[in-house]
Design a protein around this ligand. Structure first.
Ligand code: PZK
Length: 276
């Protein structure tokens, strides 16, 4: 099978007219891929994405053709999907103030052209979720913020509006459901493409901890940064080793691997209500 894209933790292959999206067990912290995989991470995030695609089907159709008709070596962590014409905008929705959104808010009082109330602090919940698109930068480079008007200029008014409403619809549905299960989804990035009839279709992975920031609702407190629900065990352990966050990352001890694996499974079980 021909490899057409290799991401940090996922790979994309072409198989005839279809694509095969393969999630690895690799984990990245501070943008560095660690040498130690987390067993079942790829399968857990694949199952979570598949569950969300189904939950979101009334908002937007998805690219999944089959989760079982995939090469046996990738069984459980691969998805056969339809090839789309991908939209050249990273569609991001945010419900909380953090990351680059916080940096931009402190400088300008707005995020991606959306004016926010004065006096918000780090990790605050926003009055309503906002669409904060970015450019699609090549691997290794950083995405840059766009305004909604930039998206209109690039994609046209009708498609820009559809991208914004679809992204916000996915985020609102996901964040509301996750919160009922004690998990805050602070923000999320979705990949949308057009099918042969020009209709928008949801691609890639969706509402996973690799595409979104997941926080523990039980310990959330505005005014400070929040621990990552999935990666905090690795981050805390790595900080204790004195690692300077540059490659190569440290080899993880068995107990840190086991605790992190359990976290991904906990995310899956809490959100879907299924047993792993
Ligand atoms: C597509 N990516 C991102 C994902 C990577 C890169 N259904 C589709 N049709 C056409 N293109 C894509 C998809 C999907 N999904 C997704 N790039 C292209 C990506 C995984 C690994 F290296």
């Amino acid at each position: 099978m021909k490899l057409i894209h290799s991401g940090k933790v996922r790979d994309l292959y072409a198989d005839g007219d279809d694509l095969i999206l393969v999630a690895s067990d690799r984990v990245s912290v501070y943008d560095v891929i660690l040498p130690t995989p987390i067993p079942d991470k790829g399968a857990v995030l694949t199952r979570l994405s598949l569950w969300w695609f189904d939950q979101l089907a009334d908002i937007v159709p998805h690219h999944v053709v089959s989760a079982t008709d995939v090469p046996p070596e990738w069984a459980g962590r691969a998805i056969r999907c339809r090839r789309l014409d991908m939209v050249k905008v990273e569609c991001v929705a945010r419900g909380y103030l953090t990351g680059s959104g916080l940096v931009e808010y402190r400088k300008t009082g707005a995020v991606c052209g959306v004016r926010l109330p004065a006096g918000l602090v780090e990790s605050d919940r926003l009055p309503e979720a906002i669409f904060t698109p970015t450019t699609k930068a090549p691997l290794g480079e950083h995405d840059t913020a766009m305004t909604y008007e930039d998206v209109v200029a690039q994609e046209g008014e009708a498609d820009a509006s559809a991208l914004r409403e679809t992204t916000l619809g996915i985020y609102r549905r996901g964040a509301e459901l996750a919160l009922e299960r004690g998990i805050i989804i602070a923000d999320t990035k979705v990949e949308l493409g057009r099918d042969r009839d020009g209709r928008f279709v949801l691609a890639d992975e969706v509402l996973t901890p690799d595409s979104s920031r997941f926080w523990d609702a039980a310990t959330w407190e505005p005014g400070r940064s929040q621990d990552s629900f999935d990666k905090q065990i690795v981050r805390d352990w790595a900080a204790g080793t004195g690692w300077d966050k540059t490659p190569p990352g440290p080899v993880l001890p068995d107990d840190i691997v086991a605790k992190t694996r359990a976290r991904y499974i906990e995310v899956y079980e809490r959100i879907t209500g299924n047993t792993w």
